[in-house]
Design a protein around this ligand. Structure first.
Ligand SMILES: Cc1cc2nc3c(=O)[nH]c(=O)nc-3n(C[C@H](O)[C@H](O)[C@H](O)COP(=O)(O)OP(=O)(O)OC[C@H]3O[C@@H](n4cnc5c(N)ncnc54)[C@H](O)[C@@H]3O)c2cc1C
Length: 467
């Protein structure tokens, strides 16, 4: 048997439209598919992502086996595992994707050096983005810092190449001994917690393909009018599939196309966040606008806990946080709202929200999450101005006019008159009694007065050095 090549899967857990897999197949050599769990990372996977990864790797293994190959699992430092494995099986080339996360890039460098020292090579082939973040530049030749010109530059490029189908067969290499998926203990110790996620999602390429097929067409056509409505099925819910690479952005682009410009522009936000992460690797930890390091954040563990558990007494905030806890995902408009509430009304550091999202989102993505939080806090590239403080009552009335979203996720408010669903504290005692609500007992009083919280935030932001 000729020397194999190794295909090192990253966040590209699919077989269709996978340029690194295609490059591996083009060598004509047997392919040894590998996934490494390298836990040496400050941003090690959160609990919801670990749940997703378990199921996604199980699905990938089954898909590979159906084509004659098998997935090798190894755990440890990639810079040690890859050279040792290449020597063990006699592989000269390792093919892999080209991630943007700082720890993954450091891993790539270390693996490439270690392989090179043995006369072997790491070939990085882009698998997760439409446009290479290292090549896009603004008119001054610098990386983009503003979304609109970034999106314009992307849209001026030709369409990405049409996606390629999954190979029918993969010439397999001998698979040395590896770990079992179960031994990685990725599933939560409290199985009940994953119930909502199990009912909502099908991790893996088949689930991603089905989700895309269900969205492309009529739902994509309604996206422009429905996407801001958390009470409707208005967005694609493709984010975890895109994050884990179970579907490629080119597949999504071609399934919807330039004919859906509003949707394509959201897909380009993902490209923008990864462009920023590539050029600002400290983005997950430090504000892009340095002045924000001096922000007089509060320390309020009880407030943080109430926010995390959806017990703030502000219905739309609580609905979003409970949706997140139940199914590992939250609607984008509500993400902005709960983020603004944490950072502005509660004056708690955006990094606290980022960490909680990281642990609980099935689509937790270093670039998109940091980009979203910095945008909300006002300290990111092209961020919302700091004085923009979302009012959760007005947002609720506008985007969840009948209160259906609140009723679904905060069942103790389900019977409340629509006029008060977003502000139960304004309801007369008789209306509350009729709905079976006792504020302070069956549902909390607001943990912050919305006007006072807003004023406190504006005063704190005003202390920052100008410019
Ligand atoms: C505070 C905050 C944190 C966020 N954290 C994450 C995160 O960890 N992971 C994540 O994938 N998205 C994150 N987002 C962005 C956005 O909320 C989600 O991508 C979106 O809600 C996913 O739902 P969808 O797939 O139905 O999106 P759709 O509206 O159908 O959009 C299609 C795809 O475009 C991309 N996209 C859409 N909006 C954005 C955006 N604002 N920024 C970057 N990419 C976008 C996603 O990949 C999404 O799947 C965050 C937003 C905020 C405000």
């Amino acid at each position: 048997m000729s020397a194999p090549v190794i295909l090192w899967f990253r966040n590209d857990l699919r077989l269709a439209d996978h340029p690194a897999l295609q490059a591996a197949l083009a060598t004509g050599a047997p392919v040894l598919p590998l996934y490494v769990q390298d836990t040496q990372d400050r941003w090690a996977l959160g609990a919801a992502s670990r749940w997703w990864l378990h199921h996604s790797l199980a699905a990938l293994t089954a898909d590979l086996r159906a084509r004659g190959a098998d997935l090798l699992l190894r755990r440890g430092a990639a810079a040690e595992i890859l050279p040792a494995l290449a020597a063990e099986v006699g592989a000269d080339i390792v093919f892999t994707g080209a991630p943007t996360e700082p720890a993954e890039r450091a891993r790539d460098r270390a693996v490439a050096e270690a392989l090179q020292a043995d006369g072997r090579a790491l070939r990085r082939v882009r698998t997760t983005l439409l446009f290479p973040p290292e090549t896009l530049r603004n008119r001054s030749g610098k990386p983009f810092a503003v979304y609109t010109p970034f999106a314009k530059a992307c849209l001026a490029q030709p369409d990405p190449p049409p996606p390629s189908p999954a190979p029918k067969a993969i010439p397999h290499a001998r698979r040395p001994a590896g770990d079992t998926l179960e031994s990685w203990n990725l599933l939560p110790h409290q199985p009940d917690w994953a119930g909502g996620m199990r009912a909502t999602w099908t991790p893996g390429e088949a689930g991603a393909t089905a989700r895309l097929a269900a969205f492309a067409g009529a739902r994509a056509a309604r996206y422009g009018s429905d996407r801001d409505r958390p009470d409707r099925d208005g967005t694609s819910m493709l984010s975890p599939h895109l994050h884990f690479g179970e579907v490629s952005p080119a597949q999504v682009w071609h399934a919807t196309g330039r004919g859906q410009p509003v949707f394509i522009r959201e897909l380009l936000w993902r490209e923008f966040c990864h462009h920023l992460l590539w050029h600002h690797p400290t983005m997950p930890d430090a504000p892009l606008r340095a002045a924000f390091a001096a922000m007089p954040w509060r320390d309020d563990p009880a407030g943080l806990r109430a926010w995390q558990r959806g017990r703030t007494g502000i219905p739309l905030v609580d609905a979003g946080m409970r949706q997140l806890w139940e199914i590992g995902w939250m609607h984008n408009r509500v993400r902005m709202l709960v983020g603004s509430f944490l950072v502005k009304h509660l004056l708690l550091p955006w990094q606290e929200g980022e960490r909680w999202f990281w642990d609980t989102l099935v689509d937790a993505d270093l670039g998109n999450n940091a980009g979203g939080w910095q945008w909300i806090a006002g300290c990111g590239a092209d961020a919302a101005p700091y004085f923009r403080v979302f009012n959760p009552v007005l947002q609720g009335r506008k985007f969840d006019p009948d209160g259906a979203y609140v009723r679904r996720w905060v069942p103790e408010l389900a019977r409340l008159d629509t006029r008060f669903i977003h502000a139960p504290w304004d309801a007369p005692a008789s209306v509350l009694a009729e709905a079976g609500i006792t504020l302070g007992r069956s549902y909390p009083h607001p943990i912050v007065d919305l006007m006072a919280g807003r004023d406190r935030a504006l005063a704190a932001f005003a202390t920052l050095p100008k410019g």
